[in-house]
Design a protein around this ligand. Structure first.
Ligand code: ADP
Ligand code: MG
Length: 226
């Protein structure tokens, strides 16, 4: 059997507040092989964002293990972990997190700029991704000159620019009209699969969830097959 691209094993996340212990994730496990994708649905406050942030190494689990490409990113030191996150993981957030003073092409190249000047290959890929989402003619524009749907498309292109192994999207179509949501969903479903990456999408859109290979609900700290 081949090693899964992404494994989360018995992830537990507990917040200690003065009043009580809040168990957000209780024994959550995921295994996805190259090219696989998965939707996570569930009520607000269920811990969906917390789970994505732990898988993406932006937050630490109280206990449990994450392995990406067979490596445990929580065993790395801070610099190694930041580099690993930047190169191996692509994030798409609901509120896009574009930098307002940078244009569309620069925002798309952001993960590549973290380690110096982007290579011509990466620049070509950024342009190709922007073309694919219909924004090639907008490369020199600032985020403030774009609609919400266009900004989210830039965020998707940015997440994919370094060919990550793992793509994590947190309600990527949540704020979009139907047409824009469709463009974002198509790109998210197609590109990782073509490149043998794994994709996890947290979504309230049942139509998007239905297009994914696996659909789980997170509730009461546990993942259940839908
Ligand atoms: P979702 O994305 O499913 O809406 P979140 O992952 O954002 O849920 O939050 C899960 C739960 O964790 C919520 O009940 C939230 O209040 C709680 N939570 C998040 N951060 C903290 C914290 N620092 N301290 C205590 N509780 C927290
Ligand atoms: Mg959330």
């Amino acid at each position: 059997m081949t090693t899964p691209t992404l494994e989360a094993i018995n992830i537990r996340k507990v917040y200690q507040t003065p009043a009580e212990e809040i168990v957000v994730l209780d024994c959550v496990s995921i295994a996805l092989s190259a090219g696989e994708n998965m939707a996570i649905v569930g009520p607000s406050g269920a811990g969906k964002s917390t789970l994505l942030q732990i898988i993406g190494t932006l937050d630490t689990p109280t206990s449990g293990t994450v392995r990406i490409g067979g490596q445990d990113p929580f065993e790395f030191n801070e610099n190694q972990q930041a580099r690993f996150r930047n190169e191996r993981i692509g994030f798409v957030f609901q509120d896009h997190h574009l930098l307002p003073q940078w244009n569309v092409l620069e925002n798309t190249l952001l993960p590549a700029l973290a380690t110096g000047k982007p290579s011509q290959e990466v620049r070509d890929r950024a342009v190709a991704l922007l073309e694919r989402v219909g924004l090639k003619h907008r490369m020199g524009h600032l985020p403030s000159q774009l609609s919400g749907g266009e900004r989210e498309r830039v965020a998707v292109a940015r997440a994919l620019v370094l060919k990550p192994m793992v793509v994590l999207a947190d309600e990527p179509t949540g704020n979009l009209d139907q047409q824009s949501a469709e463009t974002v969903a198509a790109l998210l479903l197609e590109v990782p699969k073509e490149e043998n990456a794994v994709l996890i999408v947290v979504t309230h859109s049942l139509s998007l969830a239905a297009r994914m290979q696996h659909c789980y609900e997170l509730n009461h700290g546990q993942l259940r097959l839908q």
